[in-house]
Design a protein around this ligand. Structure first.
Ligand code: ADP
Ligand code: MG
Length: 321
């Protein structure tokens, strides 16, 4: 039996996974998450992230080998996240991989973090071959066209803040704990999304790029206005505000993916990244399916966040091509 070892350290997660190269199954995975450390700072501190990766990397690797019940010499291939991400964090994972590769005398390939997010659901029933990929995470908002196994073409990205970062910044203003995307999502469930009308960014050239700075400024002004009148402290207003914000953020991203599908003649959208766990996406899922016969693949919660299993899947796609 031959195995692939995958590692992901692009940001604040030390994640590793073992995959069976032949049947492409994920044998095991372990993620050490640093949320607790960065929470007190209201955002990710790169130096702290690097320190934590250094402290945990060997421990996570040893636990992974134990859990997988394989011998180290059965690993025949390594896939590591190469970019994009925090330089220091990426380097820890890459250096570890290169060292291990040298020790075992096996090849190491670097994979793109955003593209790997889009293959989180690969090998599951009905996963499409060709699709428009929408990566919505804390650091990125990008649109891809998947051409072939590991070949992706980036057709759009954010011109300013990423969608997750925008959720977090607005959340901070509302006094919510970092990262606040999931809290805003939860509060939205009891809110009226038509109460506040957010502006729609006009980005015609090139059409597939995103911008969230206008929406963020609009949120700041709205919240200040509501705070001044002591209205935002009312739970109902907070819920309505979150719901209006959530709908507008999600519609803007999905709409671009939808138009890209029409232009490239595709019927499937694959979503990835931490924001893909947003519940509003599921609502649009049914609308797109019912009225346009289009499919949206959204990973389960574990598959949305950074994990090495998705890195391994992209690694195997590269290996078999
Ligand atoms: P990155 O790898 O770029 O740091 P992740 O893929 O780890 O980002 O996703 C983290 C981001 O996802 C955070 O900005 C967080 O607020 C956001 N997020 C998580 N869950 C939700 C949700 N349900 N709705 C909206 N945003 C969310
Ligand atoms: Mg990510």
């Amino acid at each position: 039996m031959t195995y692939l070892f995958a590692i992901e350290t692009s940001c604040d997660d030390t994640s590793m996974s073992i995959l069976n190269i032949k049947n492409k199954r994920v044998i095991s995975y372990i993620t050490f998450n640093q949320n607790k450390i960065h929470r007190n700072h209201g955002g990710i501190i790169p130096e702290l992230a690097v320190n934590e990766h250094i402290h945990k990397i060997t421990e996570v690797f040893m636990s992974l080998l134990n859990k997988s019940n394989i011998l180290i010499k059965q690993i025949k291939f390594i896939a590591a996240t190469k970019s994009p991400g925090l330089q220091g964090s990426l380097r820890i994972g890459l250096n570890f991989s290169l060292g291990l590769g040298k020790l075992l005398d096996i090849p190491v390939i670097g994979v793109n973090h955003l593209q790997s997010h889009l293959l989180s659901n690969l090998y599951e029933d009905g996963f499409p071959h060709n699709f428009i990929g929408l990566v919505i995470s804390g650091g990125h908002t990008s649109l891809y066209l998947r051409k072939y196994r590991h070949i992706f073409l980036c057709i759009g990205s954010t011109k300013d803040d990423a969608i997750g970062e925008s959720f977090d910044k607005v959340g901070r203003l509302l006094g919510l704990k970092y990262p606040s995307g999931s809290t805003i999502d939860r509060l939205s469930n009891d809110g009226n999304h038509n109460r506040f009308i957010f502006p729609v960014p006009q980005l015609d050239k090139p059409y597939f790029n995103f911008s969230f700075s206008g929406l963020k400024s609009f949120s700041y002004n709205l919240i200040n206005h509501l705070f001044r009148q002591d209205i935002v402290v009312k739970q109902k207003t907070l819920n309505d505000m979150c719901s209006s914000l959530r709908t507008s953020f999600i519609i803007i991203t999905l709409e671009k993916a939808f138009v890209a599908c029409k232009i490239y003649g595709l019927q499937s959208i694959v979503v990835g990244g931490g924001v893909a766990s947003n519940r509003a996406l599921k609502l649009f899922y049914f609308t797109l399916k019912k009225y346009y016969n289009m499919k949206i693949c959204i990973p389960k919660i574990f598959g949305c966040t950074d994990n090495a299993a998705m890195v391994g899947k992209l690694g195997i796609q590269t290996l078999i091509s």
